[in-house]
Design a protein around this ligand. Structure first.
Ligand code: 7TS
Length: 416
């Protein structure tokens, strides 16, 4: 993990206390206790997040920013307080730099269409890496179709690590933006994002970091990373679905045109002329996901209360246990063996299709993900059609990994 363990050796991590906060962990699946190993797809929610959402709907549901009545004032305050919580957690310079979006995907599309599109000439280049999620590939491909720009791809090695020197060589006169994933969902690789952002800055190239898989596991400080844009999804970090945010440096956001028009994003409208609202509202057309934003704020508070270093240390232990055990299984290949990894193990098993593995272990109560993980180029690079993937969150235990391994053994016997 990117987070050092040495700094906080005194931190106590009470796994039973953590697990008790997640009501879903008490349920059974096919008559077996749920073992949830699919947090990279979406994490489970602690009671505090569920309560924050429910409390909004139950006690002060109202639209934000335009009401004089008490409920609207309370809703607006909670909504903007959530923005402040996100800003503090990411160490952004100002609340104006935090734009609420539907999630990572929408944040990347916003940057593609509002920041980059007006700047691009035919032949300009956008540089990404070979380990991106489709949401950090397809928006750029759409943009290339719209503008005649060209998509370049920085290579990875057989361990699933980015070749930074080769990325650097791909930066040219016409490179306008580098898009890079912080933690890969398909491989687990933690990228040297600060180094890539430094290189980009020296060459005058803008940077966008896809932080969807990083925020639940890594202490993210956007100023220390030195990125221009950072994108995240609340549902990966114990918050609600349908909400996330775009961090953007204020000077850049200020210069960008709105990308969706409607209410909230204007100060004055006439048929002749419309003036746009201040940041960040300029980018938040329409009634926002108010409950989602409040839930996201609570999810960040959950991370802070639990302690991101303690979480990272716990998850590193889970990753080490799973990796060690799985390495010794005959015919099992771990896909993604980077030196710096988040809590994700993608693998293939000789003679067994990943989907069949997933279906069988589900009967033992174990939830894992199988498929291409929305990272088809990664599958192409490793020449596999799909992998099975286990991924961990704050609530998982080594005992759960052992339950999974036992179920995997049974799957193997059944499929042989
Ligand atoms: N980037 C990365 C690295 C991701 O892992 C995901 C979702 C996204 C972007 C998109 O996030 P969204 O919230 O906008 O959808 N990854 C996965 C996954 O690994 N399994 O299901 C979704």
């Amino acid at each position: 993990m990117a987070v050092s363990m040495e700094n906080h050796p005194q931190a106590v991590f009470d796994i039973e206390r953590i697990r008790a906060q997640f009501p879903v962990l008490a349920r059974e699946v096919h008559g077996k206790p749920l073992v949830y190993l699919d947090s990279a797809a979406t994490a489970q929610r602690p009671q505090s997040v569920i309560d924050a959402v429910s409390d909004f709907y139950g006690r002060y549901n109202a639209n934000v920013h335009r009401g004089v009545h008490q409920l609207s004032v309370e809703a607006s305050e909670a909504f903007e307080q959530a923005r402040t919580t996100v800003r503090e957690h990411l160490n952004a310079a100002s609340d104006r730099e935090i734009v609420f979006t539907r999630g990572t995907t929408e944040a990347i599309n916003l940057v593609a269409q509002s920041y980059l599109r007006p700047k691009l000439e035919p032949g300009d280049e956008i540089l990404i890496t070979h380990m991106e999620h489709h949401s950090n590939i397809v928006p750029w491909q759409l943009l290339c179709e719209q503008t005649g720009a060209v998509l370049k791809v920085a290579p990875i090695n057989r361990r699933g690590e980015l070749l930074v020197d080769e990325l650097e060589q791909l930066i040219g006169e016409r490179t306008k933006l580098i898009g890079i994933v912080h933690v890969s969902n398909a491989l687990g690789t933690v990228n040297p994002v600060a180094e890539v952002c430094r290189i980009a800055r020296e060459r005058g190239v803008a940077t966008l970091v896809d932080g969807a898989q990083a925020t639940p596991h890594v202490d993210v400080d956007v100023q220390a990373l030195g990125c221009d844009f950072y994108c995240l999804s609340a549902h990966k970090m114990y918050g609600p679905t349908g909400i996330g945010c775009l961090y953007g440096r204020e000077v850049l956001l200020e210069a960008m045109p709105p990308w969706q028009g409607g209410g909230e994003m204007i100060t004055r409208v006439s048929f002749e002329e419309t003036t746009y609202n201040d940041l960040p509202h300029k980018f938040e057309a329409g009634t926002p996901n108010i409950a989602g934003a409040i839930g996201m704020g609570e999810a960040f508070r959950f991370l802070q209360r639990t302690g991101i270093e303690a979480i990272a240390r716990h998850e590193a232990g889970l990753l080490a246990h799973a990796t060690e055990t799985m390495q010794s299984i005959d015919g099992l290949t771990i896909v993604g063996t980077a030196e710096h990894k988040g809590p994700v193990v993608s693998f293939t098993l000789e003679g067994a299709h990943p989907n069949d593995i997933g279906t069988i272990v589900d009967h033992f109560g174990v939830a894992i993900r199988t498929g291409h993980h929305c990272a088809m180029p990664v599958m192409q690079f490793f020449e596999v059609p799909a992998t099975a993937r286990i991924s961990f969150g704050v609530y998982n235990t080594t005992e759960e990994i052992d339950v999974f391994l036992e179920a995997l053994g049974k799957a193997r016997t059944m499929l042989a």
